[in-house]
Design a protein around this ligand. Structure first.
Ligand SMILES: C[S@@+](CC[C@H](N)C(=O)[O-])C[C@H]1O[C@@H](n2cnc3c(N)ncnc32)[C@H](O)[C@@H]1O
Length: 353
């Protein structure tokens, strides 16, 4: 990892205060693209060190400062009605990452310091704090509390962070976790969370099937493999895709769906042999930049669960896999921490007959 030449005059003082303070001071001089790229470097290094049990706090804080400053420079998130579909880039640094940075960038430095002092050192924890702060602000203005959970006889939609909400579910109560976590590097720790909860929540012989990007696949496999056993990779073909890979000169025409089971699980007898190549079908990003199509979810939920099966999606987004599960007559549990996407899911699922 290299940093641009340090030009801050009181270098000695800054070093005394620690790496992250130096990076914060230096960050004022960087261009937005440099801030984004350096943030990603620091975040990756912090995740690696944390996993190896090494000191990571100053490195993690440095990543947060750089990404906060990036968001500050980009300006606040566009208001409702803005065309978000136009800003998704092909290299995986799409607009969701940008809009989170913009959100955090609206908070004052004192908020970021307060959250770091409270132990929130990784970017995703800071994003969660910024969302809460925004909700508190909105509640102050509108009197509206967080969205309430939506519980019916067919589904439970749980609002909030998956670590809190999944801890409230019964162990061994889920047949299939079918999900789609965020792919960028700064979200890698979520794969560890997902695998830990999957191990507790899946019934014996239950299955986790998760979409993944390709850029950080080795890290994803390692994190999942710490709690679960690898079973297979499905390939989902992307129709008409023009997406480029970030580091390799290819046009992306497929994405992986990773299949894992809790340790010592058996392959369920009732599941027939089936092809491991699926088609995503017509691209649909009408509700959300990271929205998935319903088709592959429907195919695999149909194969891997029985009529009364329970399907969980802890990264529900706008509820595409909930739609798939309900259309097949399965029970569905979804968790989502973004209030707008949570509300979209609730609306969408209530429309499924
Ligand atoms: C890739 S999107 C899922 C899109 C979904 N498959 C769909 O079709 O709409 C990932 C979702 O996970 C949510 N998310 C990220 N971190 C989370 C967390 N810690 N707890 C709950 N939801 C989270 C994000 O807000 C986002 O909506």
């Amino acid at each position: 990892m290299t940093l641009p030449a340090i030009v801050v005059p009181q270098l000695g003082d800054l070093v005394e205060k620690g790496l992250s303070e130096m990076v914060l001071a230096r960050s004022e001089l960087l261009e937005p693209d440099e801030l984004r790229d350096f943030a990603a470097e620091f975040e990756a290094e912090a995740v690696k060190r944390k996993r190896l049990g090494q000191e990571f706090k100053e490195v993690a804080k440095s990543g947060v400062w750089l990404r906060w400053r990036w968001g500050e420079k980009l300006g606040p998130p566009p208001g409702p009605g803005a065309r978000t579909d136009l800003s998704t880039s092909a290299d995986g640094r799409g607009s969701p990452v940008e809009s989170e940075a913009r959100l955090v960038g609206t908070r004052p430095e004192s908020d970021i310091r307060k959250w770091m002092d409270a132990g929130k050192l990784l970017w995703r924890a800071i994003v969660i704090q910024a969302r809460k702060a925004r909700r508190d602000d909105l509640e102050g203005i509108t009197g509206n509390p967080n969205p309430a959970d939506v519980i019916t006889d067919r589904y439970q939609l749980l609002f909030g962070d998956l670590n809190k909400r999944l801890a409230q579910l019964e162990p061994e109560s889920v047949d299939l976790i079918f999900t789609d976590p965020p792919y960028p590097r700064e979200y890698l720790p979520l794969w560890d969370d997902l695998a830990r909860h999957a191990r507790r929540l899946l019934k014996p012989n239950g299955v986790l099937i998760a979409y993944s990007g390709l850029s950080h696949l080795p890290d994803v496999l390692e994190l999942l493999g710490e709690h679960l056993e690898y079973r297979h990779v499905y390939a989902v073909t992307l129709e008409g895709s023009a997406a480029r890979h970030r580091t390799w000169p290819v046009r992306r025409v497929w994405k992986p769906l990773l299949a894992y089971q809790p340790p010592n699980s058996k392959r369920p007898d009732q599941v027939p042999n089936h092809p491991d190549l699926l088609s995503a079908g017509q691209r649909d990003k009408g509700l959300y930049e990271w929205q998935q199509t319903v088709g592959p979810g429907e195919d695999l939920i149909g194969l891997w669960t029985e009529a009364d099966g329970v399907v969980l999606d802890p990264f529900m987004g706008v509820g595409s896999f909930g739609v798939a599960a309900l259309q097949l007559g399965r029970q569905f549990i979804g968790v989502e921490l973004d209030p707008e996407r949570f509300a979209r899911s609730a609306q969408r699922l209530s429309d499924v007959q």
